[in-house]
Write a protein of this length. Structure first.
Length: 278
């Protein structure tokens, strides 16, 4: 049974947790069996906590830290764990179906018997992790560090190890670009072109012709004008609803620029923006 005081501390967010830790050094948060489904725990430091059997389904855990935490049997289905820290965590038997593990740090963690079906594991580090009996069926795994892992009886049936899933990418961009009245104008098996059909710029989705893994240049991103601040907010919300990973909430970055940032399902960085000129 979870400690209700500890639960209130966590619900208070990163500062609440930091203040509590300062007052209670060396005390681990007891959140066993707690229901935090859909909770916004972005950037929360929940290190070494007891979260056995807890529900974090659909929770926003971007940049959160669960280093050393006990998440055995926890339900994390659909959670956004982009850039989360799970170093040394116990995730044995945990449900990680359809989670986003973009750039997550899972070094030395135990995921024995964990369910990661349909998960998006992009640029994550599983160095020396125990993946015995883990199920990665139908997962997307791109540039994942599996050095020193125990893969005994792990299942990768129908997993996409190249990260190039055209059908999934088309579904994402069909839904997203409809928000700015853009659509697929032409396409072949390996490449699709999107635009408004007015002779303006187009976006191309392409599976590399050399059949090597796709790569993303450092600092590269796709910028999509929202037309207004409300348009930026709408594009951002739509992308998140389609499974994108948050990289920066909508907001004013400078007096003339309002923007929001996400990673699409293959790890490409998108910027939705409205910029004043003149």
């Amino acid at each position: 049974m979870a400690n209700q005081e500890h639960l209130a501390v966590v619900k208070g967010g990163p500062k609440s947790i930091a203040d509590w830790r300062e007052e209670n050094p060396g005390v681990a948060l007891d959140l066993e069996g707690v229901d935090l489904s859909g909770a916004d725990l972005k950037e929360c430091k929940i290190r070494n906590a007891n979260l056995r059997g807890a529900s974090l389904a659909g929770a926003l855990l971007f940049r959160a830290s669960f280093a050393g935490a006990d998440l055995a049997g926890a339900n994390l289905e659909g959670a956004d764990m982009g850039r989360a820290t799970l170093t040394g965590a116990n995730l044995e038997g945990a449900n990680l179906t359809n989670v986003n593990l973009y750039w997550a740090d899972v070094k030395r963690a135990s995921l024995r018997g964990a369910n990661l079906r349909w998960s998006r594991v992009v640029r994550a580090c599983f160095l020396s992790a125990d993946l015995t009996g883990a199920d990665f069926s139908l997962a997307t795994m791109l540039e994942v560090d599996l050095r020193g892992t125990n893969l005994t009886n792990a299942c990768f049936q129908s997993a996409n190890m190249n990260g190039a899933d055209m059908d999934r990418a088309v579904s994402f961009y069909d839904g997203l670009l409809a928000e700015i009245d853009a659509k697929q104008l032409m396409g072949m098996d390996r490449i699709k072109f999107y635009g408004r059909g007015d002779g303006g710029a187009m976006l191309a989705l392409c599976i590399p012709y050399d059949e090597k893994e796709p790569s993303h240049g450092n600092g590269d991103m796709i910028a999509i004008p929202g037309g207004s601040r409300e348009g930026v907010d709408k594009l951002y919300a739509k992308a998140i609803s389609l499974g994108a990973t948050d990289e920066g909430d909508p907001g004013e970055r400078m007096p003339i620029f309002y923007g929001a940032y996400v990673r699409d399902l293959d790890g490409n960085k998108l910027c939705f923006f409205e910029m004043k000129t003149g």
